[in-house]
Design a protein around this ligand. Sequence first.
Ligand code: ATP
Length: 300
Amino acid sequence: LMQLFRPLDMLGWVYRSIRQGLIDMEAMFDLTDTPAEVTDRPGAPDLVVGRGELRFEDVHFGYDPEREILKGVSFTVPPGTTLAIVGPSGAGKSTLARLIYRFYDPQGGRILIDGQDITAVTQASLRSAIGIVPQDTVLFNDTIGYNIGYGRDGASQAEIEAAAGGASIDRFIAALPDGYEAMVGERGLKLSGGEKQRVAIARTLLKNPPVLILDEATSALDSRTEEAIQDTLNRVSANRTTITIAHRLSTVVGADQIMVLDAGQVAERGTHGELLRKGGLYAELWARQAHERALEEAAE
Ligand code: ATP
């Protein structure tokens, strides 16, 4: 009898993997995008993650051969540290994140996690090592408990509640008439941008990946919500190798390293203080954002 069930089990697993892939993909791409086919090499081993060092070595990439988007990008994120990527719109920040998750393969250079070329390992093992908190979280038309528990198959109610606590959405849920059974999504309760982001954070806490990609929402949250979410994200990324695509001042200041990407190339790299002293592109971006921020705060 077991033999009869095993294939069904497998199908379930395949289905869940695909579904997970789709959710992350929906979040990272416009649905109109059709990513190029990326496949496992025959006999590819699983990625073995130790401390979680992430390394780009002279990475070149373009969505089409005529137009190179990343033009030889190199950097290393030491295990457990945070690299914030900033830069003008269209510089290639999201593209870089998509390459880490292997939606596409680089045309030149290599991306390594703990010394292993990510194109040489199975995609399933790569993707299970990486958590993504996207700009816009897709919620299922299901309960809020299900939406959080989705981060890991077979999560218990206690684990779901602990993750909700870690993402500071536990009190919000406790105040709902149906608690964790409350329906959300299009046909249920509509959550705010900040609340949806917390659901994504809770999912990620359940997944507990060694490598984290945070794609900050560009949409304006009021500064109090922004600070509260930032606190939560800081806790989640502590001791995890983290890449943050940063749009806000509050994120970059605390990052171990900041990298300025400009037109597909690394323009500058350093800490907040180092880059301000340098008086280059970062200092300019900072001054502009600080000015905008002051105007916003005056208006609030
Ligand atoms: P932003 O801060 O505005 O989000 P970004 O730095 O994240 O910008 P990317 O989204 O990486 O920039 O885009 C870099 C370039 O690649 C842009 O010129 C964009 O038009 C192009 N691009 C992005 N996605 C695709 C795609 N799927 N197919 C073709 N070109 C794309």
